[in-house]
Design a protein around this ligand. Structure first.
Ligand SMILES: *Cc1c(COP(=O)(O)O)cnc(C)c1O
Length: 401
């Protein structure tokens, strides 16, 4: 009976949600109540294995005691002051982020989208300073994803997302990811930047090839364009490197981070080095909440715990394990047509839409998976998963198929 009344309460809550919340999502009929490690628990007491991490956000997993303690301590001290004043957590988190990335300046935002907005403004401001006029162009990639604001949407290479909101910001050209010639063809004297994800996430888990990333770096140097890498999904240790570009032996002029930076506390950042680090001036950009003491204490703690626990080393090991298991899975299932990715950002492509598999995995086997595009299942678990968790996931995935 307890179970039945729980089910009724849940139905009631979901009906209410559909009345209240602006419907821009088709949600799964699950209400999560709490989490622990890589496990989530719904309001009816069911346990789930989580391979989505709230879309690559919960790097440290749920209910990490040290992380939670740091949030509570900061909540007791000070939440917000505005950027009219300095605050120590922002200095600490900023220093750690520069140390981890080799960048020179950081600006904290409230989301990934806003980090991308900042990067776009750096590119425009840089070219304006140089040439004394506006009207510059930015090259972005087809099948990319950079966020939902009008600026970030303008560089998101997906007609379906863009069309209802046209006209977007002008001067954006789309090249083919991993096709250097297609970038070259779009460059002319007014091009000021090239923007891309180091590993395309929403587009279906496509890592940049080394040739492509190095080639873009060389083109940017040759034509005085800024190389801007969106590390919002693939950064923060997920690739097995703190930032995915660190594996390639290139360094961007501008990079964006968010998602796992706050482990569930909303914070993003854009970072810049060299000529890009000085492009914007006081008055050019701002935010009320951005970089407040609370969110920066979260980011500072995340960065500290990553280092103390050698999390990138763990990701490399677990990434290899996940790779082997998914290779074997692909070999034994004809419906799997491709396997891509690095570390703990991997994707399996199927010969059909994966919506039904994802749905069944969640509702029948209590495994949280997320798709990337229509035909790809994306595996982006909390970075703290173990080999046993991976084996359990493979078993449940097989059952869902
Ligand atoms: C999620 C994502 C964004 C947008 O971040 P939000 O926090 O949702 O605004 C931008 N770029 C990439 C690569 C992402 O994965």
């Amino acid at each position: 009976m307890a179970h039945n009344s729980g089910t009724l309460e849940k139905k009631h809550a979901i009906d209410k949600a559909e009345q209240v919340l602006y419907k821009t999502y088709n949600r799964f009929p699950v209400i999560f109540d709490h989490g622990d490690g890589v496990r989530l628990y719904d309001t009816e007491g069911n346990e789930y294995l989580d391979f989505g991490a709230g879309i690559a956000v919960m790097g440290l997993g749920y209910k990490d005691p040290e992380f939670t303690a740091a949030l509570k301590a900061q909540a007791d001290k000070l939440l917000h002051t505005s950027n009219l004043f300095y605050n120590q957590p922002a200095i600490d988190a900023g220093s750690r982020l520069l140390e981890a990335s080799g960048m020179e300046k950081v600006f904290f935002t409230n989301s990934g989208t806003e980090a991308v907005e900042g990067a776009l403004k750096i590119a425009k401001r840089y070219a304006y300073n140089r040439d004394g006029h506006g009207g510059h162009e930015i090259i972005a990639m087809k099948h990319s994803f950079h966020g939902r604001s009008l600026g970030a949407l303008s560089v998101t290479g997906n007609d379906h997302y863009q069309e209802p909101f046209a006209p977007l910001i002008p001067g954006i050209k789309f090249a083919e990811f991993n096709n250097l010639d297609s970038v070259k063809e779009l460059i002319h004297e007014n091009t000021c930047a090239v923007l891309m994800e180091t590993i395309q996430g929403e587009g279906g888990i496509y890592p940049a090839t080394e040739e492509f990333l190095r080639g873009v770096r060389a083109l940017c140097d040759e034509h005085d364009m800024l190389m801007m890498l969106d590390e919002i999904q693939c950064g923060m240790g997920r690739s097995g490197f703190m930032f995915a570009w660190q594996e390639y032996g290139v360094k961007p002029d501008v990079m964006t981070v968010a998602k796992a930076l706050g482990n569930g506390v909303p914070i993003g950042a854009f970072l810049a080095q060299g000529k890009a680090a000085w492009a914007m001036k006081p008055g050019d950009h701002g935010t009320t909440y951005g970089g407040n003491p609370f969110v920066c204490a979260a980011a500072d703690t995340v960065l500290r715990l990553f280092e103390e626990r050698h999390l990138t080393g763990h990701v490399k090991k677990m990434g290899d394990c996940l790779w082997q298991r998914l290779e074997a899975f692909a070999d034994s299932h004809d419906c799997v047509t491709a396997h891509r990715g690095k570390g703990l950002i991997q994707g399996l492509e199927f010969n059909r839409p994966v919506g039904e598999i994802v749905n069944k995995a969640l509702l029948d086997h209590r495994l949280v998976l997320i798709s990337a595009g229509t035909n790809v299942i994306r595996f982006v678990p909390p970075l703290v998963i173990t080999e046993n968790d991976i084996d359990e996931m493979i078993e449940k995935l097989g059952a869902a198929l």
